[in-house]
Design a protein around this ligand. Structure first.
Ligand code: B3K
Ligand code: ZN
Length: 914
């Protein structure tokens, strides 16, 4: 394996490529142990680069067989070869270069480049995997037209797929270089042509024994297109939801953004060994089976939603990412933030449409918003406060794969959402239209995107650019005061952003801050800004009993005054989470309970209940008596649970307490064991005080009616399962019996896994019996076994239990576990290290030593997955001193390893840096 000195790549060092590739013809001769790749490049000197610059071809782990320039062999003296590729000097301004390389797909455990999974070939080229297939200027600003010929033994690899359109298929002889049994097999070939120029990271091939589910669709302009979902034989019955999601995504992009599918054929292929969720290769999306397979027997409602959103996400990349791509990898959020925003909107629109009426639609949108904000706060806020903090457009990196982060993706999506909030939904559409009119077919920057939004709307977004250049989560501190005599309410807003690595001081951000004022009767007060601040009030939205002002917060401190306010209102701040900031305001418990009951903004109703819950946990952690301290929370939650006007999905969001990870971020020093005890104490209060209600919910919603996939039924399942867990926590033995019945009789995975989760909380015999039964039933379903691994890795430790680490250790030797499969690693090792705070950080430091061993074991196999796992210790400085010392020792042990990938090295050195 390679051991590399850290090299830092900087955004400011960007230079245009010396040569452009007009066309590339690739011929693959595929055998698992050895593949031959012939690449013919039509090169032209880039007028934007110097007249003598050498051609730089990236290459990694390749065996070079030969090079030909305009038909003549190129002697080694004409080029310089290094670990990182080839440089060729003194080339004519236009020329043809032919390169033959050999690679070993079956030996490729990194799952980057060309590899083998279950006997089939797959590729993954983003970000820099194409260079592991052939020498090429492997950078997104080199866009070429591809023709791809695939040759392989016909029996073993009947299906040969690549990007674009299939132009020929024929049988042929085995290639001359092939010997042994493969030489006597019958070979065939397929030729694919992609009409659209694309960067190398969007190249893909798939070859093997696969079957397709198909659908035909007429696009908005009347073109007939073929849609295919390819899976291994036997899995056809679980592709329906992915196909329906694809069709919905195509329709949605037509309706919302006027964007049409531009190919005659669009394919999705499922693979079980995959480093991430899915990949948007042009016309040939490759997906982790987790985001394709959906059948109620094996997939939860959350899995169904995940499939829909990832299918949407990859499809939406066809315009935001593929037609218009990134100039360089620092611009990654240009495609990722925008595409996450688009998939969030897609899911929200689909959920709202299913709701049927206006109130249901608003609630469904709020639920989606809450889910997205939970992810942001649980994962991105900590990242933004830790050693890997970076702006959504980073300034430097050592390994780009380490920057496919929640910051680039989820915070990036929030930044796009703020742009939409600033210019309005119609204005945003105008901006998108201008972006495509200007940049279709180009590789561009984030500045180009913001300029299109600004120019289409005549908006001043000069300060807004700071969201792209500054890391850290801004804090907005709000003080409110009522002037009874003047009948005015005054809001004073101050913003500040903590320092982050390399950025000690921050400039103020342009924050769209949505506020409402809730009057004593629980209704929104009409908003009349005083003339002095009116210019900074961007918009007042009314309708449906709501009055929300969108304020332009651009300075470190600003004052907003509203007139005609007779009695002190309760301010509703940052409605619908209008900006990715932390909002601080001195609410008292009664005000939070009031907002939780009345706020016209459903997001902030949830938010108020979460604030109340967070405070309870923090107070109990500080020694407050749970029963007494939790009374206002219990009352507020009871009120929401009892509210017949609220749908089940929303009520479920309100009863779920903030995560340990989120609460940990509110603390200066974290003792995860104490934190879990405090949170469990608050849970216990809710469980016991409302035990009758939990029981009633479970019994009321356990109708025995057959499973249906609709949003209403899914919401009811979610609420029922949350209630079941509380009921079990209340200590009522009837609850355990009810969970066992549900576990045994469930006709769908949501209810079966929900019951199992509840039984894991119960512990003891019922837990072990259910785990054994689950394992037996689903031994042949890897994705379900992942749930089995992950539920045990994240389970609580009950009195008398050994540390959960012991169980996790044993599970790592389970025959269904493999360090070579990223889903298994995430399910067991990732879930434990990232998702079971109290057990991973149990006092003795054994978890950290185990973590270091796993990182070191995984790194030579798959650096990308190892680097993700390595991030589990990012926040080590936040913990108690003994834990800090043990974590530092574990990090140092990893950092001192003799052979370390660039990926893991960057993570651990940044974690250890001051
Ligand atoms: N663009 C890919 C992610 C590639 C990750 C490379 N380490 C999937 C997506 O965001 O749609
Ligand atoms: Zn993406």
């Amino acid at each position: 394996m390679r051991t590399e000195q850290p090299v830092t790549i900087r955004r400011s060092d960007y230079t245009p490529p010396a040569f452009l590739v007009e066309r590339i013809a690739l011929v693959f001769e595929l055998l698992p142990e050895a593949a031959r790749v012939e690449s013919t490049l039509a090169l032209r000197r880039n007028p934007a680069a110097g007249p003598t610059a050498p051609l730089a071809l990236d290459g990694e782990d390749l065996e070079l067989e030969g090079l030909w320039l305009d038909g003549e062999p190129l002697p080694p003296a004409r080029y310089t070869a290094s670990e990182a590729g080839l440089a060729i000097d003194a080339l004519p301004d236009a020329c043809e270069l032919r390169i033959v390389t050999r690679i070993a797909p079956a030996a490729n455990t990194t799952l980057s480049g060309l590899y083998v999974s279950n006997g089939n070939f797959f590729t993954q080229c983003e970000a820099e995997g194409f260079r592991r297939i052939t020498y090429f200027p492997d950078r997104p600003d080199v866009m070429a037209r591809y023709t791809v010929t695939l040759r392989a033994p016909r029996e073993r690899f009947p299906v040969l797929l690549s990007n674009g359109n299939l132009v020929a298929e024929r049988d042929g002889p085995a290639p001359a270089w092939v010997d042994g049994p493969a030489a006597s097999e019958a070979w065939h070939e397929a030729v694919w042509e992609d009409p659209f120029p694309k960067p190398s990271y969007l190249f893909a091939l798939v070859a093997g024994r696969l079957v397709a589910t198909e659908a035909q669709l007429t696009t908005m302009s009347g073109r007939e297109v073929l849609l295919q979902v390819w899976v291994e034989p036997g899995n056809e019955d679980r592709t329906g939801h992915a196909m329906q999601s694809l069709i919905r995504a195509i329709r949605w992009d037509e309706a919302r953004f006027g964007l049409e599918l531009d190919l005659d054929r669009f394919m999705i292929v499922a693979v079980s060994d995959f480093n991430m969720g899915a990949m948007e290769n042009k016309g040939l999306n490759v997906f982790n089976t987790k985001y394709v397979f959906a059948h109620p027997r094996i997939a939860t409602d959350q899995d169904f939603a995940g499939v829909e959103s990832v299918v949407g996400h990859e499809y939406f990349h066809n315009w935001t990412g593929n037609r218009v791509t990134c100039r360089d990898w620092f611009q990654l959020t240009l495609k990722e933030g925008l595409t996450v925003f688009r998939d969030q909107e897609f899911s929200a629109d689909v959920m709202a449409e299913q709701a049927g009426n206006e109130a249901g639609a608003a609630s469904a949108r709020a639920v989606k918003r809450i889910e997205d904000v939970r992810v942001l706060r649980a994962a991105q806020f900590p990242e933004d406060a830790g050693p890997m903090a970076h702006p959504i457009r980073p300034d430097s990196y050592q390994e780009i794969n380490n920057f496919y982060t929640v910051t680039v993706y989820e915070k990036g999506a929030e930044v796009i959402r703020m742009l939409q909030t600033l210019v309005g939904r119609d204005g945003f559409r105008k901006g998108m239209d201008l972006y495509f009119a200007r940049h279709d077919g180009q590789a561009v920057t984030c500045d180009d995107f913001v300029a299109a939004i600004a120019d289409a709307n005549g908006a001043d977004l000069s300060r807004f650019g700071r969201w792209y250049s500054q890391a850290g989560t801004p804090r907005v501190v709000v003080a409110g005061s009522h002037d009874a005599a003047g009948r005015r309410y005054r809001l004073e807003l101050r913003q500040a952003c903590p320092p982050s690595p390399g950025q000690p001081d921050k400039q103020p951000f342009h924050i769209p801050f949505a506020v409402g004022l809730v009057g004593p009767d629980g209704r929104d007060l009409p908003l009349r800004p005083s003339p002095a601040c009116a210019a900074a009030v961007r918009r007042i939205e009314t309708g449906g009993g709501r009055a929300t002002a969108v304020l332009d917060l651009t300075d470190p401190a600003q004052v907003f005054e509203f007139e005609g306010i007779d009695t002190p209102p309760v301010p509703s701040l940052g409605r619908n989470f209008s900006a990715p900031v932390v909002v601080e305001h001195a609410y008292d418990d009664a005000q939070l309970a009031f907002l939780a009951a009345h706020d016209s903004d459903p997001f902030n109703r949830w938010e108020a209940a979460q604030r109340l819950a967070t405070r309870c946990v923090l107070a109990v952690l500080d020694g407050a008596a749970p029963a007494e301290r939790c009374a206002p929370l219990v009352a507020a939650i009871a009120r929401v649970v009892d509210d017949p006007d609220l749908d089940a999905a929303f009520r479920e969001q309100v009863v779920v307490l903030p995560s340990e990870g989120f609460i940990a971020e509110q603390l200066a020093v974290v003792d995860p064991v104490a934190l879990r005890a405090a949170r469990d104490a608050v849970r216990g209060e809710l469980a016991r005080a409302l035990a009758g209600r939990w029981r009633a919910i479970v019994e009321g919603l356990s109708t025995g009616a057959p499973w249906t996939p609709d949003a209403k039924a899914a919401g009811e399942r979610a609420l029922k399962n949350a209630a079941l867990a509380y009921w079990v926590d209340s200590g009522d033995s009837d609850a355990i019996a009810a969970a066992q019945v549900q576990f045994e009789r469930a006709d769908n995975m949501t209810d079966r896994a929900g019951a199992l989760q509840a039984l894991l909380r119960a512990g003891g015999e019922p837990r072990e019996r259910a785990l054994a039964a689950f394992e037996k039933t689903f031994a042949d379903e890897p994705l379900v076994m992942d749930k089995w691994f992950s539920m045990q890795a994240t389970m609580p430790r009950r009195p008398g239990d050994p540390p959960v680490l012991e169980r996790v250790r044993a599970l790592a030797s389970h025959p269904a576990f493999s360090l070579r499969n990223p889903n298994r690693v995430r399910a067991l090792v990732g879930s434990f290290c990232h998702g079971n705070l109290a057990e991973f950080h149990a006092g003795d430091g054994a978890g950290y030593a185990w973590w270091a061993d796993r990182v070191l074991e995984l790194d030579p196999l798959n650096p990308q997955v190892a680097a993700r796992l390595a991030r589990a210790l990012d926040r080590w400085r936040k913990f108690t001193p003994e834990r800090q010392a043990a974590m530092r020792a574990a990090l140092e042990r990893v950092a001192a390893a003799e052979h370390l990938s660039r990926d893991v090295r960057e993570i651990v050195t940044k974690a250890l840096a001051a």
